[in-house]
Design a protein around this ligand. Sequence first.
Ligand code: SF4
Ligand code: SF4
Length: 199
Amino acid sequence: MDKVSVLLTSRWNWKLLEEAKKWGIERPEECLSCGACVGACPAARTSSYNFRKVVRDVMLGNEEKVLSSREIWYCFYCFYCTSKCPSKVEIPYFIMRLRRMAIERGYGGDILRVVISTSINLMERGVSVLPSDYDRMSPASAEESMVRLRESLGLPPVMRVSEKAMEELKTIFKETGFEDEVERIRSGKWPFKGISEKY
Ligand code: SF4
Ligand code: SF4
C-alpha cells in the first residue's frame, strides 16, 4: 500500500483512478499533496488550476465533478511539473487521460471547437499552427510578416511538408480515427454538454 492511501484509504473510491490508469499512467495515488507541481505550473499562475485538488477528487471518486469541470482543461503539456514532483506522478499524462474520459462522456466540446483549427491545419498542411494564426485579427499581414522573416533568413517563403510526409500523416490520421473525430467536432455532430466553470 502506498504512503497516501495508508492515511485515508477507507475514504478512497478507486473506480475512477483505476479507469484512468488503464492507459498505463503511473503513480497518481502516490501524490503527497505537497504542491510542488502547482508552484511550478505556468497554467496555475493564470487560472484556478490546481492538480492537487484534481488528484484528490479522483481518489475520492468525485467523477462527475472532475470530468465535467474546466479544471482539467488548463494544462498545456509543458511537462515542467514532472521534473518537480517528488513522487514522480505523471501529471500531464494523467490529465490527458481524464480529458479523454471527459470527451467520451460528452464534456469539453466547447474547448475542442476552439482548438480544432490546429487539428485541421495539421490534416491539411502538416503543421498545427500557421503564420496566419499568430494574428487572427489580421491574418494576411501575419502571413506577410512571416514570409519576410523567412526570406531574410534565406528560407523558402512558405514552409512545406514533403508529399511523402503528408501521405504518412494521412495514413496515421485515418488509421487512428483522428480524421473521423475531427470531422465530428468540426461538423457539430458530437453532442457535447457544457462544462462547469466552478471547481
Ligand atoms: S504539464 Fe500541465 S500541469 Fe504540468 S506544469 Fe505544464 S501546464 Fe502545469
Ligand atoms: S508535486 Fe507530485 S506529490 Fe506534490 S502535489 Fe503535485 S502531484 Fe502531488
